[in-house]
Design a binder for this molecule. Structure first.
Ligand SMILES: [Zn+2]
Ligand SMILES: [Zn+2]
Length: 325
């Protein structure tokens, strides 16, 4: 039989808050192992030690910018390539594919929305769970008994041997980032970041803004290409020679809009059913009830409008170096 799933004082709280409180009880304080080279690196020549922050020693593969305020995935090439393709498409469209200033400005505005949402997805904590540095063995022993109540359905928590925590339902250890991420959806190579609880809505915004942007430039590039084709008596190669930039942006926007349309439909389906991509891929709810499904409108509200929980890890937290023994 299972152990009690809600303890005193936990009756009216969501499973996210209950889980984070329980987890933090097992993690007293982060300690940095004594590594003389690292300590020298983070100290001044004047021997006045600089503050050591958690992000400087984080064991995940993330890359941090702005002293731990910006958290990216381990490989920023996908993010940079995506941003570059948006900027280049907007620039070619602005310069070559339309004569109307209004049409150009609208394209630039949409491109800015795409880049803004891309930054929100790629440079933000996706929901990384704290690691347990102190009580791993104890956690492992009690992990098999841990269950959590999700809308009346008891779900057993799984144990992560790398982060040494009993992680909450729907979370998963991303092998690329080397972190457990809450409500893990997938690791997106085009953004170079995990998609999880804290950046999923920005990912949806990114997909829809990018779809609008590429559909917009596709429509106006097509109108420009059509008028050029009629001038060249509908011969393709003379038109290509006349306006290679417009034809290139037309081809690229067609392919992008096609794939983004597919993503938008797929994620709209998942969002309204409160499923993650991983749960859908693993057919988690094929033969059982999805206890997270709260109905069409509530699922949309939860995914897009509900207040996001604060980051589970304070990457700018000061850490203490353990003394050499
Ligand atoms: Zn993990
Ligand atoms: Zn990841």
């Amino acid at each position: 039989m299972s152990s009690p799933i809600r303890q005193a004082g936990e009756e009216n709280r969501g499973f996210h808050e209950i889980f984070m409180d329980r987890l933090k009880k097992h993690i007293d304080e982060y300690h940095v192992p004594y590594v003389p080279e690292l300590l020298r690196h983070f100290s001044d020549a004047s021997s006045t030690p600089r503050k050591l922050r958690l992000y400087q020693f984080w064991e995940g593969n993330n890359v941090f910018f702005f002293r731990g305020h910006m958290i990216c995935g381990p490989d920023p090439r996908g993010f940079l390539l995506t941003a570059f393709s948006i900027v280049l498409s907007a620039w070619i469209f602005y310069t070559y594919s339309t004569d109307s200033q209004m049409v150009s400005f609208a394209a630039v505005f949409l491109a800015a929305c795409v880049l803004g949402s891309l930054t929100m997805v790629g440079a933000r904590d996706p929901g990384i769970l704290p690691r347990n540095k102190n009580t791993g063995r104890l956690e492992e022993e009690t992990a098999s008994k841990r269950v959590i109540d999700v809308n009346g359905v008891e779900i057993k928590q799984k144990y992560c041997n790398i982060c040494m925590i009993s992680r909450p339902p729907r979370s998963c250890h991303c092998t690329i980032c080397n972190n457990c991420v809450e409500k893990f959806d997938h690791h997106c190579p085009w953004i170079g970041q995990c998609i999880g609880l804290r950046n999923y809505r920005y990912y949806i915004m990114f997909v829809f803004f990018a779809l609008m942007f590429f559909t917009y430039i596709l429509i106006f590039s097509w109108r420009k290409a059509e008028s050029l084709l009629s001038e060249n008596e509908y011969r393709f190669f003379p038109t290509l020679a006349d306006a290679p930039e417009t034809m290139a942006v037309l081809l690229f926007s067609s392919v992008s809009a096609f794939f983004l349309g597919g993503f938008a439909i797929f994620h709209s389906y998942l969002l309204t059913r409160n499923q993650t991509s991983r749960e859908n891929y693993k057919q988690r709810y094929r033969n059982c009830l999805n206890s997270h499904d709260k109905g069409f409108l509530m699922n949309i509200k939860e995914a897009l409008f509900q207040k996001l929980p604060p980051s589970g890890v304070n990457f700018r937290e000061e850490v203490r170096a353990e003394t050499q023994s």
